[in-house]
Design a protein around this ligand. Sequence first.
Ligand code: ADP
Ligand code: ZN
Length: 740
Amino acid sequence: MPLGQSFSYSVPAALAERVCPGARVLCEFGRRKVTGVVLALHDAPPEGVDAAKLKPVVAVLDSEPVLPLELLRFLEELARYYLAPIGEVLRLALPAVEREVVRELEAQGSLLPGERPGHTKQVGRSVLVASATDVVEEPGKLRGQAAAVLAWLRANGPTGVAELEGRYGNARSALKKLTELGLASFEKRSVETGDLHDGRVERDAPPELVPAQRAAVARITEGFGRAESFLLFGITGSGKTEVYMHAIATARALGRGALVLVPEIALTPQLLGRFRARFGDEVGVLHSAMPETSRHRMWRKLRSGELRIAVGARSALFAPVRDLGLIIVDEEHDGSFKQEEGVRYHARDMALLRAHRASAVTVLGSATPSLESVALARRGKLVELSLPDRATQASLPKVEIIDLRRFGAGPTGEKLLSLPLHRALEKCLAAKEQAIIFLNRRGFAPAVLCGSCGTVQNCKLCSVALTFHRRDSSVRCHSCDFIGPLPPRCPDCGGELSLEGLGTERLESALERAFPEARIVRLDRDVAAGAKSGRIIERMRQGEIDILVGTQMVTKGHDLPRVTLVGVVNADSALSIPDFRASERGFQLLVQVAGRAGRHDRPGRVLIQTYNPEHPAVECAARHDVAGFLERELRDRSEAGYPPFRRMALVRISAVDEAEARTAAARLAAVARAATTEVEVLGPAPAPIARKRNRFRFRVLLRARERGPLRKVLAVLSRAVLDLPRDLRVVLDVDPVSML
Ligand code: ADP
Ligand code: ZN
């Protein structure tokens, strides 16, 4: 259990030389011995503490600090910023193996001062991997972690047991139960599985930069002297990656290391291939789909300086890169940089902080920058660089809006496959080109409705409608991962059930019926996660797929030369989410997915279907008018008092008992109001998803012009939380991203 506070110990003379900040030590805590990380050394005991009463450090576990000082200080600052327990934050930065080594050695009873357990544990040659089988469980039989582990395996595919243990405390007993029921199985796999680092790559030579790229690279190079931060605003296909690689080359020429953060889905073999082709064996990849052993190996090599460039998703923010000189955040607007559980940090914001501490340069890159970054650029905190044209001479695709109020169903009879979209697909296929069709909903039908009484089937644990998945004829909750069989009739009145709405599964089968000759492949969380999604994108690149249908996963930065048609099935679903960022996110999604079309020699075409053709996000996306959208959205945010013009924090309160949650929320709101008048306190109000995993959810929104007063209120609240009944869960979400 990581602890919220730090504790003081005395250092015996024999250990004094080796106890230093960032080193792991073994200490007595109550009756147990626990691992700790040394935060700081003092010459005198803390005020009010009797030196004689301090317990001594028992042993030092590292010959060299496991965390470099730069990283340690950054973690402390991150913990302060998010009011998060320092123990939990340290946990983010230390791989599981490094944390657990001590427990093992203790069990062996072999720990002696001077030993170097961090270096004694061998990384195994094979790992134990668990997979879900095709067996369908009896509904309602699985509970707790067994159900959660099974859902994880089904969603993510085969997973290392060590990794599952990192995610679920009782993974082992859950897996035992699942194998007994025939629902999961084990196999040994070689460590290299999924390890994207291995394998030889041809080295490439950089192409000649276009003038805008050259200017950006020159400006970033200057920035190394002053440790500046940049916003690289370059349209889709403008060659941002090339600019990143030049910036990395500059950092390396100065003898410094680099960190590249990308959205999870962008970790396709293609992107990694590009980095490895340029920087060869200096690149280490940190990937959540990687087995824990490989990840640990990467971590070690980065820590030792054998690898100097780390590429990874959100959590790579904590990679122990030596002498960090550069941090790149690609697609900086992407929501996946915000962690939504545990320590709710934002990797983009924290990248700026870590770089600042390390006197490193930061480059935030996007075709659709976040309003936060745009505001920082306007305040002079980020230097804006722009790449206004595509690098390959290609022009931006032509975007047409299809007003769904005017166009009915096309030949398929499916309302959301309009005639213009149908015809465009025909043309694209006839020309032997490729299409991407984007729909925001996975599953077959997003609602199951009773034709007699009109009741919608809801999750028993969440205030969310169940989605029907045809593959296994199940109904699933996309909020809690509940899976059950589709009831034969309405459980309330016995009436006939009908499947309402359109998900990717249904769209895929409608397309299969309409275009029987086409090779159609679906890409969403149900068919692929992690490395498998990369393989689908790779098949698309190889021309083995004609139409790729999918969720957000198809919109991300892929560079697929033969894609000439992009269809957005329903632009409205993203725009109607109850969140002040809905418009911004919808816009980003439209521009990003449109940016997949016509990136090379053949011109692209984009069709956006919508019932709201006048919506600014739709209109601006159709005109490729990013600057216009930003201008408008900034004005709206300023008028409504939202970020980036206000600081916000969300207090999330939940309990199994509704009244208890409501009362606690009211109490915390009152505490916040009493604490200061400089912070606006909104609520309490039920969360937009009012119930999730059998807990009722309320929230209190704090809003202020400055960070100072907001922090003061948060500090008061974090103390008040300690007095609440145990069943209550309270989360302080600083700079919240999801409002749901
Ligand atoms: P972005 O990340 O900005 O969307 P990419 O970096 O993927 O764009 O570049 C788009 C395409 O342009 C890629 O195929 C890339 O190889 C190519 N490209 C980038 N820079 C140049 C250049 N200077 N000359 C020729 N092609 C380039
Ligand atoms: Zn649910």
